[in-house]
Design a binder for this molecule. Structure first.
Ligand code: FE
Ligand code: FE
Ligand code: ZN
Length: 293
């Protein structure tokens, strides 16, 4: 069965219940959310009443909650420790984020490995692993390292770097990987033959580490190191290649999450999920969404 959804909001007053309602409005059967704004670390307390209300509906709808994902805010940076206070803050914040996931019953937390900002890849990797070993101590949540586009000094744009981080993690049951099709393309990998790419990933890292895949088209060509997501079928990867990835048998049990851009003020996810289910590209969706109020 296809497990598909998108990133959805998580608002102070509605929390998981609001995220679920948004998910259902897209015809999705999984979702990913940030526990607050992606670009900051302001977080409010989890409301258990809203959580249990949502969990009841999740059960009724047959959604596999074990595969619902939280994404850590992208400003935490575990790779750079030149400001010890900032580094400590990132560790503390992620510890709390793991606790929030626990309280919500979430199993997977996606994390951008971080940017070394001049310290060099090796030092950056060491910093990431040191921090993760603290964060993952006694953790029931698995952290998924996202493969990155390689913008600036981002770590994790090659499978070898991902492998190096994992090799330094003590609690290997609690570490995994989230692939991102736009990031893979921008990092220089050929996603048009995904079976071959998965073979290569398996050789370097191990395919069993993959627990989530972000499905995005890319505004830029392979190897551009840009990281600008495009709507499904409108970018350089293209509809048929993305469909092949989404329906790849080796990824069947893995949740597919859309992080494609809004069109005007409108989320594209309902239309994109419909296209994906029909396996048929609709080149008019952007125009239609732009006109919607
Ligand atoms: Fe991400
Ligand atoms: Fe992503
Ligand atoms: Zn991205």
């Amino acid at each position: 069965m296809l497990i598909i959804g998108s990133h959805v909001g998580f608002k102070k007053d509605t929390q998981l219940l609001g995220s679920l309602e948004e998910t259902l409005s897209y015809g999705a059967n999984t979702f990913m959310f940030y526990t607050g704004a992606p670009q900051n670390t302001m977080r409010y307390a989890i409301n258990d009443e809203l959580t249990s209300k949502a969990l009841k509906i999740i059960k009724e709808k047959g959604i596999d909650y074990a595969k619902v994902i939280v994404h850590a805010p992208y400003i935490v940076n575990l790779a750079n420790n030149s400001d010890p206070e900032k580094y400590e803050f990132s560790i503390k914040f992620l510890k709390e984020e793991v606790n929030r996931c626990n309280q919500l019953g979430i199993k997977y937390l996606v994390l951008h490995p971080g940017s070394h900002v001049g310290l060099g890849v090796d030092v950056g990797i060491k910093n990431i692993a040191t921090a993760l070993n603290i964060i993952l101590e006694d953790s029931e949540v698995t952290i998924l390292l996202e493969t990155m586009a390689g913008k600036g000094s981002e770590i994790g744009s090659t499978f070898k770097e991902i492998k190096k981080i994992i090799s330094l993690i003590k609690n290997k049951d609690k570490i995994g990987v989230c692939l991102d099709t736009c990031h893979l393309n921008d990092a220089g990998y050929d996603v048009t033959d995904f079976n071959q790419l998965l073979d290569y990933f398996d050789e370097i890292v191990g395919i069993d580490y993959v627990k989530c895949i972000h499905i995005n088209d890319s505004k830029n060509i392979k190897g551009s190191h840009k990281d600008r997501h495009e709507n499904i079928g409108f970018g350089t990867i293209g509809f048929s290649s993305l469909i092949k990835i989404i329906y790849n048998e080796r990824l069947e049990s893995i949740p597919k999450i859309l992080e494609t851009p809004y069109v005007g003020k409108n989320p594209p996810y309902k239309d994109e999920i419909e296209m994906i289910k029909n396996k048929k590209f609709d080149q008019n969706i952007k125009e239609r969404l732009e006109k919607q109020v």
